[in-house]
Design a protein around this ligand. Structure first.
Ligand SMILES: *Cc1c(COP(=O)(O)O)cnc(C)c1O
Length: 358
């Protein structure tokens, strides 16, 4: 007899080495006050802000596979890049330290935030991460990946000269390149949807839409490929936080195709499966405006749930707007994945207070 799909997919995931960093199944909760207030569909939240490593977030799951890959390749140093208050870099630094690897972080100042050991940067400092700051000309825009990679490769060369064995990985652990040859970040979110599906099955529930903040693409790609592999009709909606969808959708699709190939899955992936909304980008990546400040306050007051200022706040702005525009029917269920990032709130303290005191 054929095995159930969930089990079969799990077996494929087990082929890849993974160091455990998330010690539990993250909770699923209902955001009933918010759904009631919006008169909308039923909203659930998957608490991936509670992954259990350095204040949590979606990067913990990705790093379970990425750190295992670095260890298998006998690395003793891990090098990556992102923005100044990067959640990815903090999570990577914490996971690396825990497993005896030295973290080197190249942090680009992509937004006008004063340098201060606050939020994620304070935590990076406490972990003794090797921090290299890079200026950028255009604020609110994402960094050119090629430029960032060449910077990392140069640092890797220097490390090698000093007898170290570096492992280079791209922002967010999303696109392959450097020493990460397989889409391991996306694999982690395929594994996450298996976890979500098991939770929903136990509750005898199903969701029609998953909604997330999409930044470097692996979270969305993993969820999408996972949903298809499980034969679900659930649609995966990404709210763009850094790039316009014209530039970004091909990145999500490429990661999804790589994941499909890696797991030898017999699924169709069409352009229309990549659902992205970029109208909530406003002034761009990492720029906190009044809408962001207000949604953080609203969700905190209504649900006791703390959103971050760069990703999840934008995802919920999108969710609320789509509800208001009638994108979902009242009978549908929507699952928002809280992908973490809350330490960055503290780096935006003056901006948030200024916006909300007006
Ligand atoms: C990185 C990040 C995301 C986006 O995940 P990607 O896989 O890079 O698209 C969403 N939310 C938070 C809080 C993040 O740190």
């Amino acid at each position: 007899m054929e095995k159930p799909t969930l089990e079969r997919l799990n077996e494929k995931i087990l082929r890849f080495p993974r160091v455990p960093l998330v010690p539990w199944t993250t909770p699923l909760q209902s955001l009933s006050s918010l759904s009631r207030e919006l008169n909308g569909p039923k909203i659930l939240v998957k608490r991936d802000d509670l992954t259990g490593l350095a204040f949590g977030g979606n990067k913990t799951r990705k790093l379970e596979f990425i750190i295992a890959d670095a260890l298998e390749k006998k690395a003793d140093t891990i090098i990556t890049w992102a923005s100044l208050q990067s959640n990815w870099c903090l999570q990577l630094a914490a996971a690396a330290r825990k497993h005896g690897l030295k973290p080197i972080l190249v942090l680009f100042r992509t937004y006008d935030l004063p340098f201060s050991y606050q939020g994620n940067l304070l935590l990076d400092f406490l972990l003794e991460a090797d921090i290299r700051i890079e200026e950028t000309e255009e604020k609110g825009k994402s960094v050119d990946q090629k430029k960032a990679f060449s910077r990392l490769e140069k640092i890797a060369e220097d490390e090698k000269k000093n007898g170290r064995k570096p492992y280079v990985v791209s922002v967010g652990g999303s696109t392959t390149g450097g020493d990460m040859e397989k889409p391991l970040g996306a694999l982690a979110y395929l594994r996450a949807i298996v976890e979500i599906e098991s939770q929903l099955l136990a509750l005898n529930q199903k969701v029609d839409h998953l909604i997330i903040a999409s930044g470097s693409g692996a979270t969305q790609a993993g969820l999408l490929v996972g949903a298809k592999a499980l034969g679900l009709e659930t649609r995966v909606i990404g709210i763009c936080v850094s790039d316009k969808k014209e530039e970004f959708s091909s990145q999500v699709k490429n990661i999804a195709l790589e994941l499909k190939e890696m797991l030898e899955l017999n699924i169709d992936l069409e352009d229309r499966d990549i659902i992205l909304f970029d109208e909530y980008l406003d002034e761009g990546y990492g720029v906190v405006n009044a809408k962001v400040a207000r949604i953080i306050r609203q969700v905190f007051e209504k649900e006791g749930l703390v959103l971050d200022p760069v990703y999840t706040s934008k995802a919920v702005i999108g969710l609320v707007d789509l509800i208001k525009k009638g994108y979902f029917t009242p009978e549908e269920q929507v699952l928002f994945i809280h992908t973490g990032g809350t330490p960055a709130l503290f780096a935006y303290n003056s901006r948030l207070v200024e916006l909300l005191q007006k």
